[in-house]
Design a protein around this ligand. Structure first.
Ligand SMILES: C[S@@+](CC[C@H](N)C(=O)[O-])C[C@H]1O[C@@H](n2cnc3c(N)ncnc32)[C@H](O)[C@@H]1O
Length: 458
């Protein structure tokens, strides 16, 4: 039964569910089917199951996101890509496909205003996602400090209003983005009409899909872009083996794609539908999972680096329970990402007493305190981390950032300069565990911006 459920999920939502995670789906199937699994699967396969698919999308999709994620790509978009269309078009249209709770499209709106290269009145941003709950959150536009963790304080204070529920985005930015609930696999010729968008961001979405689904989604996007339009994927996603309709471009550590003028699908009619008419349950393939390439803790680390936290957790849980410090650190970091602060802190404390892990454990405890709003406590943990390991660049970076926020500019400058000089040699394990999706280069950029901000504050 579970294999049929998995096959239906892949067919409707595109999501590949690794065999190692099938066990986790069983309680979900039992809950939704309420004792009548056979009948439930038939209902899912029929065309009268829209509402149930929405409920499943809410439970199965991974919505990890935050403001200013993969910053260099966003800067490239607002500084170079969008201005390049200003002469030829009165309105510049951007699509964020798989926008989750809205941080990505709002980041585009916010950064465009900050940089001032594109007049906001000419910029139209649309966010789509299959998860109805994510779209509701996006429309609400009120965020936690964790969502804003990569946003410099000055920017945060300018564009968000602190409310008892969180940081509410100011209406002038909020109203610039519209949201729609939409499944990327559904055939919608009017939506994907040729020339609909100047740029499409589809970041950290297709990594959950099998190659044949990605291929057809990308073909549809190529068609929907204006000639010479741009496509941005996540850092662990590539068009290699997927599409030849784009050229790869690079700016700093940001990679992105431009549709070639003679793109084959642009000349033809629309690509074939992604969702075939619903098959009978019996006709579904038995197994469709693609085994991941690496095993063990390394695989968990790779998933963590790609910010696929839910999968990383499932993979870690499937491993024999290891007591070695690296496994415990990974577990603690994943607790933190899931908001289980107490569990993360508990492990962090345990690890501070083991000499070799004192520095990363102190850093982790700092992150826990920062997430619960205690920046003073967090700063002293980061200081303890660099005391335990004086080459710990990330420790200096956070300590320096918090010092700047507290107005201790001399301390901030020292910490940030140390961070910048040590980052080129930072341990790969620390970058994987704590890099938060930024590569070494991205972290250098963050450090430079922070240092710059120290000199700007009077
Ligand atoms: C990891 S989030 C990425 C969010 C954002 N693009 C970013 O990079 O920060 C992936 C999003 O893709 C959405 N998604 C997954 N399958 C989808 C589908 N078939 N159609 C539309 N959205 C989908 C999920 O609901 C989730 O919100």
């Amino acid at each position: 039964m579970i294999d049929r459920f998995v096959a239906l999920v892949q067919q409707r939502l595109g999501l590949v569910i690794d065999k190692g995670q099938w066990g986790e789906l069983e309680p979900l199937l039992a809950e939704r089917a309420a004792g009548a699994v056979e009948r439930y699967l038939e209902r899912l396969a029929s065309s009268s199951s829209q509402e149930e698919w929405k409920a499943l999308a809410e439970r199965l999709t991974v919505g990890e996101t935050y403001f200013l994620r993969h910053l260099t790509q966003l800067e490239t978009l607002v500084d170079e890509v969008l201005p390049s269309f200003l002469r030829q078009s009165s309105n510049i249209r951007v699509l964020c496909a798989g926008c989750s709770s809205g941080e990505e499209p709002y980041s585009v709106a916010l950064l465009a205003r900050e940089r001032g290269r594109v007049d906001a009145s000419r910029l139209r941003i649309l966010g789509i996602d299959v998860n109805p709950r994510a779209i509701a959150l996006a429309r609400r536009a009120c965020y936690s400090s964790w969502s804003l963790r990569a946003v410099p304080v000055a920017l945060r204070d300018q564009w968000f209003k602190r409310t008892p529920e969180g940081f509410a985005l100011r209406p002038q930015v909020r109203d610039q983005v519209i949201f729609e609930e939409r499944n990327l696999l559904e055939d919608a010729p009017a939506f994907w009409a040729p020339g609909s968008f100047h740029a499409i961001l589809c970041r950290n979405v297709v990594l959950y899909f099998p190659p044949e689904v990605t291929r057809r989604i990308i073909a549809r996007m190529a068609q929907a872009l204006v000639p010479g339009g741009f496509l941005f994927l996540g850092p662990s996603e590539t068009l290699r083996g997927i599409s030849e309709e784009f050229e790869l471009l690079r700016r700093g550590d940001a990679f992105y794609y431009r549709r070639l003028p003679t793109s084959p699908t642009a000349m033809t009619s629309r690509p074939p539908p992604l969702l075939p008419p619903p098959p009978s349950v019996a006709a579904l393939p038995r197994s469709t999972s693609t085994p991941p390439p690496v095993d063990g803790l390394e695989a968990v680390l790779r998933l963590l680096e790609a910010e696929r936290y839910t999968e990383a957790w499932a993979r870690l849980e499937a491993l024999p329970q290891e007591e070695q410090p690296r496994a415990l650190l990974l577990r603690a970091v994943l607790h933190l990402h899931a908001g289980r602060l107490e569990a993360a802190e508990h492990l962090g404390r345990q690890l501070t007493s083991a000499g070799a892990t004192e520095a990363p454990a102190q850093y982790l405890l700092g992150l826990c305190l920062e997430q619960s709003g205690n920046e003073v406590g967090a700063r002293s943990r980061y200081t303890a981390a660099v005391r335990a390991d004086p080459t710990f660049a990330l420790g200096y970076l956070r300590a320096g950032t918090l010092a700047r926020r507290a107005g201790d500019l001399a301390d901030a400058r020292v910490g940030l300069r140390m961070a910048l000089s040590l980052l080129p040699q930072e341990k790969p394990l620390y970058l994987s565990l704590f890099g938060g999706g930024f590569g070494r280069h991205g972290l250098m950029q963050v450090g430079l911006q922070e240092l710059h901000a120290c000199t700007e504050v009077p």
